[in-house]
Design a binder for this molecule. Structure first.
Ligand SMILES: [Zn+2]
Length: 446
């Protein structure tokens, strides 16, 4: 099979146009949501012939999918068995509402194997790797957990799971933090695959236990936003552990998109499979695509799916796109350019618009800080018009807390021009890896 990422842009877009027409034709026959929406808008779907024509279709919002996920499934009983039978259901982890199911047929599972093989090629995951799946065992099947095995199969690598997470259910199958550390050691794992906050906890515990992590050469992290300081911290721990390597592969992705791949650390994210998904950066108000290099909302269009199918779906991230050859590896196809701003990253505190990622980053970079949480509340909780109170909660093992507090206040003031209060807490009160799936780094209590 040809590597499409080595073909010229025109060849990629020609294939994408072909796949788009076929995908839209299937939706016009059997996608309840789009049949209704397009009929209401008076759109003749046969008139959408090219990637440029796509801009005439309405955007799909996350709330549309959450309101009625069943209506986003193709319903075409005449398709061959592998295109209609349900292989797996994974759930998007919404922070507020119930998780939303995304349906995958056998066809979609194969497509994900294909995409994962490309991700492995681009990011340097090999057949002789041993992957430690450190993702939590959650109440609803989370893409990152379920797909970790698929990623290993696609690369031909071996994998085992540490099964951390908040205990639930009668079978006592969750495992404590130390089990993760011992498993990595026992299996001589080469890749730690998980949420950054938990991967960091495993590394810190390994340092405490003087565990043999010499086989580890890479942390592949996803599932929560990480800052440059957090990734630097993971490298610092790997260095202390005398690990084989200190690569931090930051996987950008989502349940609806799958994973994007970096060809080297801290670089852009390749769309690993333009055969199966097309991306636009759009103005979310008008729905119009923006030129490459301009920041806007990322929208994905599936080109070859059979379960849940999304057309012009707003992922919820602000990024820009680049379609020129990658300056590092020379691959073609689109690349997502960060920084990735998630909706909700900009928060008004004390009248100023604050970038939460910047605020977290300036404190996370301090090696004395073991755990961190930023909380915004009311200075007087009983008064709804009270001034905002900005609190930085910190866990530390160093003795001189006053000096550390002063440094934190100074850093936050320099970064976001607000003066916080610093409170010291025990690490497990901020983030308990035995009880919480992810660390909550920012909490708005107003
Ligand atoms: Zn590249």
């Amino acid at each position: 099979m040809k590597d499409l990422l080595r073909e010229p842009r025109a060849a990629i877009e020609s294939l994408q146009g072909e796949r788009l027409r076929a995908m839209l034709a299937l939706c016009a026959r059997g996608h309840p949501h789009y049949r209704r929406v397009w009929a209401e808008a008076g759109i003749d779907i046969a008139s959408i012939q090219t990637l440029d024509d796509l801009a005439r279709l309405p955007l799909t919002h996350k709330r549309d999918l959450m309101a009625d996920p069943e209506s986003f499934r193709l319903q075409l009983p005449d398709l061959p068995l592998h295109e209609r039978v349900l292989w797996e259901v994974i759930y998007t982890t919404g922070s507020t509402a119930d998780p939303t199911p995304v349906y995958n047929t056998t066809h979609d599972y194969h497509a994900y194997l294909f995409q994962s093989r490309r991700v492995a090629e681009i990011s340097g995951i090999h057949a002789d790797d041993i992957i430690a799946n450190l993702f939590p065992l959650t109440a609803a099947p989370m893409g990152a957990f379920v797909r970790s095995a698929t990623n290993a199969y696609a690369a031909g690598a071996a994998i085992f799971a540490a099964l951390p997470g908040a205990p639930h259910g009668p079978f006592e199958v969750h495992r404590p933090l130390d089990y993760a550390v011992h498993s990595v050691e026992r299996h001589h794992a080469s890749i730690l695959w998980g949420v950054p906050s938990f991967v960091r906890r495993v590394l810190l515990r390994a340092v405490e236990l003087q565990a043999d992590f010499s086989g580890v050469r890479m942390c592949a992290i996803t599932g929560e936003a990480s800052t440059p300081a957090m990734r630097g911290e993971l490298r610092r721990c790997l260095t202390i552990l005398q690990a084989h390597g200190t690569i931090v592969f930051d996987r950008y992705g989502s349940t609806e998109l799958g994973a994007f791949a970096q060809c080297r650390e801290e670089s852009d994210w390749h769309n690993p499979a333009p055969e199966i998904q097309y991306h636009e950066v759009v103005d979310p108000a008008s729905g119009q695509p923006l030129p490459d290099g301009t920041r806007g909302s990322l929208a994905v269009t599936h080109l070859d799916r059979r379960g849940t199918v999304l057309i012009r779906f707003l992922v919820g991230d602000t990024v820009s796109l680049e379609r020129s050859p990658c300056p590092h590896c020379g691959r073609h196809g689109d690349r997502v350019i960060g920084p990735v701003a998630r909706s909700g990253d900009l928060v008004k505190i004390k009248g100023a618009l604050v970038n939460i990622a910047v605020l977290l980053d300036c404190v996370q970079g301090l090696p004395e800080v073991d755990e961190l949480q930023v909380v915004v509340g009311r200075a007087d909780p009983s008064d709804p018009f009270s001034n905002d109170d900005l609190i930085v909660r910190v866990a530390t093992r160093v003795g001189d807390r006053d000096a550390l507090a002063a440094r934190i206040v100074q850093r936050v003031q320099d970064a976001v021009r607000l003066r916080p209060r610093v409170e010291f807490e025990a690490a497990h009160k901020i983030y308990d890896p035995g009880m919480q799936t992810k660390a909550v780094r920012f909490l708005d209590k107003r």
